[in-house]
Design a binder for this molecule. Structure first.
Ligand code: PMP
Length: 385
């Protein structure tokens, strides 16, 4: 008899070899699976084995919650890449960078003040800042929306207590952002890696947050770190992590160490070359489709000198920020959906729905299908179908 296969989403037929013509390209989520082939190539070097009796304690032998080996490798990584200053700075680990985002808001907010600190971000912004700040519903901080509107509305007031999220490179549009208000800032550097942007020089801000998720692609490991200048802020961020979880998983830290050892091999050239080549190739292909379109446009990219690769190059952001140019097409997500492409609408990022975000960091199959659907849409516009 014949075995009936259970096929992946877009395939059917007796041996799953028939491509389903109706299949939608899913460019919605931010899962960084594009790095999976790199870890397949380095499968053995990056593997860990944990015996049942290992790492049972809450703490390490030196009585800390953070592995000093992991700390050492993170500092080494930043010095190789040249994307952040870590000398004379404190490090704090968190469960993904997500946990550190709210720890940072807590640490920078003014306790015992008569009014809560105001948390702002610049549109288009990553929605988690707003979700977390509102969800934790503290007496010490509240979400106040867009930085530029805040600036306009409070132009005459000084000494306002504001905490500004600066996402650089930005999610969704990939821009290298700087602070608008110049007060207390949380720099979210999730995408500050050579895969996605030229590295113009080391970031040297008071509070910077990084994540393993977009560096190695291991979003599921849930590991992030904060680089902090000020001792009081460091102590508050640490207190948050300790009260929330008594520190982060020791198994996670072991896996992180193993992965970072591979990342820093040959001065980081292996992973970063792979990641940048992949992103660059995807952007080249994407560009050639959008350059034939007047109906859709994508963000402009400007070349910068990259200290890591020691050359001038274009950014290759994790996401394409698409604009529907036709007056009547003010819901770009719906226009793309009709073309069998799932995106995230602009309003997710508090921007207009005339914009939509496409993820470029998913698997090769996902990207190839996205490109096929985009090519079909643009050919339609040019009357070639
Ligand atoms: N910051 C930004 C800008 C992000 O896009 C993401 C993930 N999409 C995160 C933080 C959170 O990532 P994680 O919790 O996996 O570190």
């Amino acid at each position: 008899g014949q075995t009936v296969c259970e096929c992946y989403d877009c395939y059917g037929g007796i041996d799953c070899s028939e491509f389903s013509p109706d299949c939608s390209a899913d460019a919605g989520g931010g899962d960084p699976i594009f790095l999976e082939p790199f870890w397949m190539q380095n499968a053995e070097k990056s593997a860990i084995v944990v015996s049942g009796w290992h790492r049972m304690s809450y703490r390490y032998a030196d009585y800390t919650m953070m592995s000093s080996e992991v700390e050492k490798y993170i500092r080494k990584l930043h010095s190789i890449v040249g994307n952040a200053i870590t000398e004379d700075r404190y490090l704090v680990f968190g469960i993904g960078s997500s946990q550190l985002l709210s720890a940072a808001v807590y640490a920078l907010s003014s306790e015992n003040s008569s009014s809560p600190s105001n948390v702002v971000a610049t549109i288009p912004y990553y929605p988690m800042y707003e979700t977390q700040t509102s969800f934790f519903n503290s007496e010490d901080f509240q979400f106040e929306g867009d930085t530029n509107s805040w600036k306009l509305n409070n132009a005459t007031k000084n000494n306002m207590d504001v905490i500004e999220f600066v996402t650089s490179p930005n999610n969704p549009d990939g821009e290298l952002k700087t602070s608008v208000l110049g007060g207390k800032t949380i720099y979210d550097h999730a995408y500050l890696w050579p895969h996605f942007t030229p590295i113009p020089g080391p970031s040297d801000h008071d509070l910077m947050i990084f994540t393993l998720s977009k560096l190695t692609g291991h979003a599921g490991v849930r590991f992030g770190w904060a680089v902090i200048k000020d001792k009081d802020v460091y102590e508050k961020v640490s207190k948050y992590i300790e009260v929330a979880d008594l520190g982060i998983s020791k198994d996670t830290q072991l896996r992180v160490l193993k992965l970072l050892k591979v990342v820093v091999e040959d001065d980081g050239t292996q992973l970063f070359k792979f990641a940048y080549a992949k992103m660059r190739e995807r952007w080249d292909r994407l560009n050639s489709v959008f350059s034939k379109s007047t109906r859709f446009s994508i963000q402009e990219r400007h070349p910068l000198h990259c200290n890591f690769f020691n050359k001038t190059r274009l950014p290759s952001p994790a996401y394409a920020w698409v604009k529907c140019e036709r007056e009547e097409e003010d819901d770009c997500g719906a226009v793309l959906e009709a073309g069998k492409i799932t995106s995230r609408g602009g309003s997710t990022y508090r921007a207009k729905d005339r914009y939509a975000r496409l993820s470029l960091i998913k698997s090769q199959d996902d990207f190839d299908l996205l490109l096929l659907r985009l090519t079909e849409l643009v050919s339609l516009e040019n009357g070639k179908i």
